[in-house]
Design a protein around this ligand. Structure first.
Ligand code: XMP
Length: 312
């Protein structure tokens, strides 16, 4: 904590020095890195920071609301909330191929953010990013990282990347020291395309909603069972085929929900934890009674390799 405080003081001074009285733009997803950078910049330059949160309709239950609550209500940030749900879901309609879905979501995200950047236009000179040290290493050949590059050339910003020399656990300590809530600081990894790659095949609103509700139940029950910090990543998946069931004496033909939970160090290999049977049964019961259109629950036992962590 003392080291984190020293880091914060040092970065606040460096940011004030770099930015002066100019404005800074930041894409605030609600993930650990962008949230910590936002909190750091708010401390340094207050409302000279303009945060843009794009709700693409593929966030987990309550996440966009939390971003607004923490940054707008608690930290009094200059926050632009963009409801782009219909835009994203419209473009994704009928698109089933996973990489095509990823490309559409990524490209549309840049487009929406670019529109917001143009609106605040001339006043803004800096773009802040939650780039962390592993991003810099990884973008060096292994895989293109979304924080490095991606915006069109005619948008001229100087970069402000105050946590680029930190590892993830160090970013969390800084976030904690800045007063961000635990759910944000210890948030599990969540893919940029969000629930879009967990609602398998062509996304439909009914399955997306079932996915979101089942995921919220899973998170609540893992939390109740004390598993939130001990399991690395856990989520639900809804496939694009139906299964037969019986409900109220009548044949049902509804969606299955698949529970995926993994432990890993670096996401390159992963193991499936042995979750207490009673916890899995409770989650199953709740999903089957509370989520409309679902008639079956499965637990995925596949390690990585051979299965990837995500289903798409
Ligand atoms: P896989 O499925 O490749 O996932 O075993 C490894 C880790 O990466 C996350 N992941 C993504 N993150 N954009 C992201 O930002 C993506 O398209 C994406 N695909 C997978 C996944 O959640 C896991 O933590």
């Amino acid at each position: 904590p003392e080291q984190a405080q020293a880091f914060i003081d040092e970065q606040v001074a460096a940011i004030q020095d770099q930015v002066g009285d100019k404005k800074v733009l930041l894409a605030l997803s609600g993930g650990v890195d962008s949230s910590v950078v936002a909190a750091l910049l708010i401390k340094a330059i207050g409302k000279q920071l303009i945060c843009v949160h794009v709700n693409h309709g593929l966030m987990r239950a309550g996440e966009s609301e939390q971003v607004v609550d923490v940054f707008q209500n608690q930290l009094d940030a200059n926050l632009v909330y963009v409801d782009a749900v219909d835009r994203f879901l419209g473009l994704l309609e009928g698109v089933a191929e996973p990489e095509a879905k990823r490309k559409i979501i990524g490209a549309e995200f840049v487009r929406v953010f670019e529109e917001e950047a143009r609106k605040v236009g001339d006043e803004v000179s800096f773009l802040a990013q939650g780039t962390i040290y592993p991003d810099i290493i990884e973008s060096d050949g292994v895989k293109a990282h979304h924080n490095v590059g991606g915006l069109p050339d005619d948008l001229q910003f100087e970069l402000c990347e105050p946590v680029k020399l930190l590892y993830k656990d160090e970013v969390r300590v800084v976030g904690k020291e800045l007063g961000l809530p635990d759910e944000m600081v210890y948030r599990q990894p969540f893919p940029g395309p969000g629930l879009g790659v967990r609602c398998l095949g062509a996304i439909t609103r009914d399955r997306l909603e079932a996915l979101r509700e089942a995921d919220a139940i899973l998170r609540e029950e893992f939390d109740n069972a004390g598993l939130t910090q001990s399991v690395w990543q856990f989520f639900t998946v809804v496939p694009d085929f139906r299964a037969t069931g019986v409900r109220d004496g009548k044949r049902a033909f509804d969606w299955p929900v698949i529970i995926r939970a993994v432990n890993t160090v670096d996401a390159m290999t992963a193991e499936v934890p042995e979750i207490d049977w009673a916890v899995l049964k409770k989650i199953t019961d709740r999903i089957l009674t509370e989520v409309p259109g679902v008639c079956r629950v499965c637990y995925d036992l596949t390690p990585k390799p051979i299965g990837t962590i995500e289903w798409e």
